[in-house]
Structure formats: C-alpha cells, structure tokens
Ligand binder design. Structure first.
Ligand SMILES: NC(=O)c1ccc[n+]([C@@H]2O[C@H](COP(=O)([O-])OP(=O)(O)OC[C@H]3O[C@@H](n4cnc5c(N)ncnc54)[C@H](OP(=O)(O)O)[C@@H]3O)[C@@H](O)[C@H]2O)c1
Length: 235
C-alpha cells in the first residue's frame, strides 16, 4: 500500500456540503474516509465509507482506526456533520437541544481528539470545521441553538490552532452563509438568498472550494473563513 497519497476524513459526507467536499478532495487525488449514518459503500477504491452516528465515540473510533488501517495515515479532518433546528428559542425542547449537541458538538469532540492524536504521530495535519456565519442574529430567523454550537466551534478552532501549532497541526473553520443543500427546501431559496448582500444562497461547491483552499494554505491557522456572500460584513 502506498502512503504517499494524502488522506482526508470527511464527516456528514452522504449529501450536501460533505458530498461536495469528498468530490473536491478526490479531484486532488486524496484518499477519503467518508462517514455519516446512511453513507453507502463506494465503488471507488480510494473512498472508504464508515456508517455511524458521529455523536457516538464508537463511530469516531471506527472512522479513524479503519481509515488508518486502510490508507496508513490521516492528513486532514473535515468536521462537516451538523444539524439545524430553527425554532423560536423558547420552543426548543430538551430533545432538540440534545440532538443538536450530539451532532454539532459531540460529533466534533470525539473525532477531532482521535484525528489530532493520529496527526501528532507524524507532526503534521489539518483540521477544518464547517461552522456557520451566524455570529450576528438575523431579524425573523431562529438561530440561537445553532449559534450556541457554531460559536463554540469557532472559539475551539482558535484555541486548538494555538494549542497544536508547535506540533505542526493547523486548525481552521469555514463559516458558510445559507447554502443550497437538502437542509433547505427549494421553495425557501429565494427568501434565504435575500439574507446575503450578494443576493443569493451559496453553493455547496463554493464551501468545498474554501475548505480545499485552506487545506493547501500552509501559513493559515486559527482562521474562520466566511463563505457567506458578505453576510458577516453587515447588511
Ligand atoms: N446549508 C446551510 O445553509 C449551512 C449554513 C451554515 C452552516 N452549515 C453547516 O454545514 C454542514 C453541512 O450542512 P449541509 O447543509 O450539507 O447539511 P445536510 O445536507 O443536511 O447534510 C448533513 C450531513 O450530516 C450528516 N449527519 C446528520 N446527522 C448525523 C449524525 N447524527 N451522525 C452522522 N452524520 C450525521 C448527514 O448524513 P446522514 O443523514 O447520513 O447521517 C449529512 O451527510 C453542517 O455542519 C451545517 O451546520 C450549513
């Protein structure tokens, strides 16, 4: 087995942004470990799929250990799995809270620990997390549950970048605006496009391009790169 090809782990890889990230890294000839609950085996021998709930530490363990067993190393982790529950804050239930924390937070925590431990063995690596351009509220949108997690992930991106810089491991985030994926029914696209100064929703491929850029940008760490049509700049 050749270990010269780089290896990327992508969570939430079955659809939407994650599926585009898999395609973008395959174009660069990376080997890919793709995970989500419903992901199916791939015909491509350079894609290993591992099915499981990303909030379960056993899934994280299987993804990293099966990835290393098959491809020999982990160079990049893309923490992309995430869910959005857009209810008014007072209507969120304990089940809603637990569901969002399970995917967005526990799903980051378990696999990032294991991936960084693997990267430390060869003193290089890159973790990039898909957060969200939600640090400011949008009138009429219900985003607080998501903002709690994505804001925490943006903060963890910066602290991890500092903590592991000397070990040669970079840590970045991409913060998308509202992006065309199965997360948003087509009938809302025109309205959602209006949230962005550029007047449209983002494409999943545009988020994937930013992730691939950060992966190649050897002097960038601790960065939150907004791919949001200007939303974070103001409206
Ligand atoms: N689309 C947007 O407007 C937007 C904006 C800002 C940020 N984001 C972020 O971008 C990321 C990707 O979003 P997307 O729009 O591509 O969403 P999506 O189309 O709904 O895809 C979500 C992915 O996460 C996986 N997933 C969900 N729950 C999971 C679980 N418990 N365990 C493992 N995998 C799970 C899903 O696969 P399975 O169902 O197979 O598990 C799927 O592959 C998320 O972190 C999201 O918060 C999206």
């Amino acid at each position: 087995m050749s270990t010269s090809q780089k290896v990327v782990v992508v969570t939430g890889a079955s659809q939407g942004i994650g599926a585009e990230v898999v395609k973008a890294f395959r174009k660069l000839d990376y080997r890919v470990v793709a995970t989500s609950r419903t992901i199916k085996p791939s015909d491509d021998p350079n894609i290993l799929t591992v099915a499981g709930d990303i909030g379960d530490p056993a899934t994280a363990q299987r993804v990293i250990s099966e990835g290393v067993a098959r491809f020999g190393r982990i160079d990049t982790l893309v923490n992309n799995a995430g869910i959005f529950i857009g209810k008014p804050f007072t209507e969120n239930t304990t089940e809603d809270y637990n569901a969002v924390m399970n995917v967005n937070m526990a799903g980051f925590f378990y696999i990032t620990k294991l991936a960084i431990a693997e990267m430390e063995k060869h003193a290089s690596g890159h973790v990039v997390t898909v957060t969200g351009s939600i640090s400011n509220g949008i009138s009429g949108a219900h985003m607080t549950l998501a903002a709690m997690t994505k804001g925490g992930l943006n903060a963890a991106t910066r602290t991890l970048a500092i903590e592991y810089a000397k070990q040669g491991i970079r840590v970045n985030a991409v913060a998308p605006g509202v992006t065309k994926t199965p997360m948003h029914p087509v009938e809302y696209h025109d309205m959602l496009g209006g949230f962005h100064p550029l007047g449209r929703m983002g494409e999943a491929s545009e988020v994937a391009s930013a992730i691939v850029f950060l992966d190649s940008a050897e002097f960038i760490t601790g960065e939150i790169l907004h791919v949001d049509g200007g939303q974070s700049a103001g409206r």
